[in-house]
Design a protein around this ligand. Structure first.
Ligand code: HEM
Length: 600
């Protein structure tokens, strides 16, 4: 049906040639069209000569009536023009604008109604909740003002100080933020079976998608069980000499800076150190990023941490709207990663073939599991075998999770030590006493004896948790305590260590750096699940012991030899990068370093 107005001018109806082809009836001053028409007007006073007027978009058969009043206006007998162009009829500019406005208003009202409906999910289920009004949901401050995601989550937590949980929206997706430590414990540990997965894409979009963070259910359990032995006490002990080797390289760099009186960027230096440690301890390779800042290994690390605008958008989508990436089969991972990790795996396999003794690192463990499964033709009940995809994905994960988390903690710790000289002196006293008692040697057991160092690291992880929030997905229906509402499988749940660590109830004056919060008595005085830098329960950080040993070792070596102070480039307070998920300094952490006299 032609529903645009049709204006017929000067219709000497008999001259329509061939009239039958588009006029099915002409009667009572009405003309009935039955198909699209292309008509030329040879001459006319009121319309441009030879202009073609086209009736478009008229799916045949086209029928419409033309009001007889319009016939009366005909002024050029013997000629006719059919103008079916909507805009020609609404020639008046004002009318056009008005119609456009009506359309926009209509679309806006429709969008608002749909958004209201979407953002009513928690309220209609009796759960206290936020009420955003744009498609950005509660993340609008991140997109519009650049506020980092953990701060936005903290704002939400603070807005509901008396609630155990709060419903909110990541873009359009309903998400339950759990505030109450007891309920957090229930979710992470006691009722883990209901919340064992993280939010992830179900359809894998890359060969790097088969790692512990993304795997679900039985597949995750199977892979985690096989990987856990990487971090046994014996394996960790055997890694200490490799960590010491990297610490010596860092030491010689710092010595140069100290003797030259230059400042150094603790963030960049720590990142290069922790990357080299991962290279040695996990892959048996010298990444050499401390000596060569432009090494391929360091550059890949930078791409992972700073994937650019496109990467950020894809990461946000992965986190907020994974189904979209799944539908279009798009991976959020930057393109250079897969070839890099494929090469890393091949290189490691190749040089191991020519070695007489077997290595004792993570890569060897992975290769052994794969080879054993292949030889014995093992098929895992969970449906995932330890094949090359699983190896590639997990070496990628260990690379990502392994260097930035520890590097951030080491550098924030040095920053706080520089700003708190009394804490630094007390720590130096402890590490020197313990080193002296052990002839300068650092062993697994010596490192465990450094109690004040542990308190200092714990306080750094409280103030600057590298994983400021943790997500889970409800995997089995779960009735929320104190409510008649049952969480459906698939509902997202978010726990926010950053917010708990900055809650006045548990940590008075939370901005203050105070390691005394972690004396055994003070820890005892706090409720359980109020300190979560490594998460908790069966899915907690698999490498927490490795990370603690590495951080203790390097901080012992540094603090015993050097003094750290703020310099002209030190930012107080530190500026943070915007629009991201973590707490990352924007301009690095620049400190002055002095070699202590005893070591000259
Ligand atoms: C200061 C250092 C680190 C911190 C604060 C940290 C924190 C975390 C957190 C909060 C989680 C999520 C836990 C949960 O969901 O309950 C996690 C998971 C994980 N972390 Fe760490 N991490 C650190 C270092 C490392 C290192 C050095 C590695 C590897 C070498 C690593 C590998 C992993 C892996 C593989 C997972 C996933 C575990 C799973 O889902 O089974 N992390 N980490």
């Amino acid at each position: 049906m032609l529903n645009t107005p049709v204006l017929v001018r000067s219709p000497k109806l008999s001259s329509i040639e061939p009239s039958g082809s588009f006029c099915s009836s002409i009667a009572n001053g009405h003309i009935m069209l039955n198909k699209p028409v292309l008509v030329r007007s040879p001459k006319s006073s009121s319309i441009e000569p030879n202009r073609t007027h086209i009736i478009v978009s008229l799916p045949p058969p086209v029928t419409d009536t033309v009001a007889s009043s319009q016939f009366d206006k005909c002024d050029t007998p013997g000629r006719f023009v059919i103008i079916a162009n909507f805009f020609s009829v609404c020639a008046d500019k004002k009318a056009k604008m008005w119609l456009f406005g009506v359309l926009i208003a209509f679309a806006s009202i429709l969008a608002l109604v749909l958004l209201r409906k979407r953002f009513n999910y928690w309220r209609k289920n009796g759960v206290p909740s936020t009420s955003p009004w744009t498609i950005l949901g509660d993340l609008w401050p991140t997109f519009v003002k650049g506020r980092i995601v953990p701060f936005v989550y903290n704002d939400i937590c603070k807005a509901f100080p008396n609630e155990k949980y709060v419903g909110f929206y990541d873009l359009l997706s309903p998400n339950l933020m759990v505030r109450d430590p007891e309920l957090i414990g229930t979710i992470m540990v006691k009722d883990f079976a209901h919340f064992q997965d993280r939010m992830t894409v179900q359809k894998r979009t890359s060969r790097l998608d088969y790692h512990l963070i993304t795997l679900c259910g039985e597949q995750w359990k199977s892979v985690r069980t096989k990987i856990v032995p990487t971090f046994s006490a014996n394996k960790l002990k055997s890694m200490i000499p490799m960590m010491e080797y990297c610490a010596q390289i860092l030491d010689s760099h710092l010595r140069e800076k100290a003797l030259a009186g230059e400042s150094f960027d603790a963030k960049e230096t720590s990142a290069r150190f922790t990357l080299d440690v991962i290279g040695c301890c996990m892959f048996g390779l010298h990444f050499n990023s401390l000596d060569d800042p432009d090494s391929e290994y360091r550059n890949i690390g930078k791409i992972i941490i700073d994937p650019g605008i496109k990467g950020m958008i894809l990461q946000v989508l992965r986190f907020t709207w994974p189904k979209l990436l799944e539908y279009f089969n798009i991976s959020e991972l930057p393109t250079p990663l897969l070839p890099f990790f494929t090469k890393l795996l091949k290189q490691s396999e190749e040089f191991r073939k020519h070695e007489s003794t077997k290595r004792n690192d993570m890569m060897q463990l992975f290769l052994d599991i794969r080879d054993q499964e292949e030889q014995n033709n093992v098929t895992d009940d969970s449906g995932i075998s330890f094949n090359d995809n699983v190896i590639l994905s997990n070496i990628f994960l260990f690379y990502v999770a392994g260097f930035e988390t520890t590097a951030a903690t080491i550098s924030f710790c040095l920053y706080e030590l520089a700003l708190n000289p009394e804490v630094q002196s007390k720590l130096r006293q402890e590490v020197r006493t313990v080193l002296k008692a052990n002839g300068g040697e650092l062993t697994y057991d010596t490192l465990k004896r450094l109690k004040y160092l542990d308190m200092v690291i714990s306080e750094t992880l409280r103030k600057y948790p590298p994983a400021p929030f943790i997500n889970r997905v409800c995997t089995e229906a779960y009735k929320l305590p104190g409510s008649s509402f049952t969480l459906e499988p698939g509902t997202r749940v978010t726990l926010v260590p950053y917010s708990i660590h900055h809650d006045e109830q548990f940590y008075p004056n939370p901005k203050k750096f105070d390691p005394e919060r972690f004396t055994p008595e003070n820890i005892e005085a706090r409720p359980p699940f109020t300190y979560l830098p490594f998460g908790d329960g069966p899915r907690m950080c698999i490498a927490s012991r490795f990370a603690k040993i590495e951080m203790r070792l390097i901080l012992t070596r540094l603090v015993s030899k050097y003094e750290f102070t703020p310099g002209p480039k030190t930012e107080i307070p530190i500026q943070l990068r915007s629009r991201i998920f973590q707490i990352i300094p924007k301009n690095g952490i620049h400190l002055q370093v002095k070699l202590l006299e005893e070591n000259l």
